[in-house]
Ligand binder design. Structure first.
Ligand SMILES: *Cc1c(COP(=O)(O)O)cnc(C)c1O
Length: 351
């Protein structure tokens, strides 16, 4: 090692799901939405006046904060917008998790949490899920430097009751609690209503899954005015112009079309519920997902073998070569047609 390397911040980065460059594959590996963004988003892009790109975007992202505030019936001072919820959560770790006590999160969860904690040198403690793969709320009541968990959780897809979510918040009023609601729009229940009652609660959501805009990179957080102010202070100390002009306008158009949003989410929920039946018939078991994916294990064939066999048939699902979950596949809910191709491929593979 060269001497200068002693001063390098060494991190083990997060590994995102594959984005294969080939055409004609069925991509069920990164929880993307199979439907296009709202028609209004296309209009924004089609009619875009490139002259506006000369100027810096609005650092406060006011138009999008207002649109989101209107949708969630909060003040715009209670909304923070970032470059995908990954950016929002990374910024939140930096802003809110500054204790010597460990931050708590589940052992099976979004695998970016420990990456951010390591990056910022934040101590953390992972809490095991229960036998049924649900979060055990009592585990989060001890002394800690903050709490974060997704609801529904990823990659299990399991939703915790709002009552249990509130119990976790109630028992952690001296730290910041972050509920990552990346998948809440697929039939889940949001904790947003609690932000009035608990000024230490941050609810994070994204345009990547339910709004079909993973490629545009928009995420947001809802919380008390005080919490959002602290988050903005960190953002303005890092990079004032996080969202492009284009992303802001496209985001506003997406939020305004609530009907399209509801319809596509409903379609995915319907396809998911049908998938549960079909996968069961094929010999899979899985937690009862409330997200846009199913975390499935097969009674006789290993997940790794199925993963590889599907890939040969140009169907990509997600496989995690990690302890506890290395016999599971995370299968994103696609269109009904894509799912039919999946079922036929699986019947061939499983004999
Ligand atoms: C997808 C995902 C995110 C991040 O999504 P962005 O594309 O960065 O908005 C955050 N949390 C969980 C649990 C996710 O699955």
């Amino acid at each position: 090692m060269k001497t200068w390397e002693n001063n390098v911040r060494k991190v083990e980065p997060y590994t995102p799901g594959e984005q294969p460059k080939v055409n004609g594959i069925i991509k069920l590996n990164t929880n993307e939405n199979p439907y296009p963004p709202a028609p209004g988003v296309r209009e924004v892009l089609k009619n875009y006046n490139t002259d506006t790109l000369r100027k810096y975007p609005d650092p406060a992202i006011s138009n999008l904060c207002e649109a989101l505030a209107e949708k969630y019936k909060v003040n715009k001072e209670q909304v923070f917008v970032g470059v995908g919820s990954d950016d929002v959560i990374a910024m939140s770790f930096l802003a809110f998790f500054n204790s010597d006590e460990p931050v708590f999160f589940p052992d099976i969860t979004y695998s970016f949490y420990d990456v951010w904690a390591n990056l910022y040198k934040i101590p953390f403690e992972k809490k095991a899920l229960g036998e049924d793969m649900h979060i055990k709320k009592e585990d989060y009541y001890g002394k800690n430097g903050g709490v974060i968990f997704p609801n529904p959780n990823a990659p299990t897809g399991l939703m915790e009751d709002l009552k249990d979510v509130e119990d976790i918040i109630k028992n952690n009023q001296d730290v910041v609690v972050i509920v990552d609601e990346a998948y809440v729009d697929f039939g889940g229940k949001s904790a947003v209503s609690f932000i009035e009652k608990y000024d230490n609660l941050l609810v994070v959501q994204t345009f990547s899954k339910s709004r079909s805009m993973a490629g545009m990179r928009i995420g947001y957080a809802l919380g008390s005015t005080k919490l959002i102010k602290y988050l903005n202070d960190v953002k303005y100390s890092f990079n004032s112009y996080t969202l492009s002009n284009l992303a802001i306008d496209a985001g506003v158009a997406a939020v305004k079309d609530d009907e399209y949003f509801k319809n596509t989410c409903e379609s995915i929920v319907k396809t998911r519920e049908a998938a549960k039946e079909r996968l069961k018939d094929l010999g899979f078991t899985f937690p009862d997902s409330m997200a846009n994916f199913i975390f499935a294990t097969h009674r006789s064939v290993s997940a790794k073998d199925i993963f590889e066999a599907l890939k040969k048939k140009n169907i990509y699902v997600r496989y995690f070569d990690k302890p506890l979950i290395d016999n599971y596949l995370r299968i994103t809910v696609g269109t009904p047609q894509e799912m039919e191709s999946l079922y036929s491929a699986l019947s061939e593979i499983l004999g």
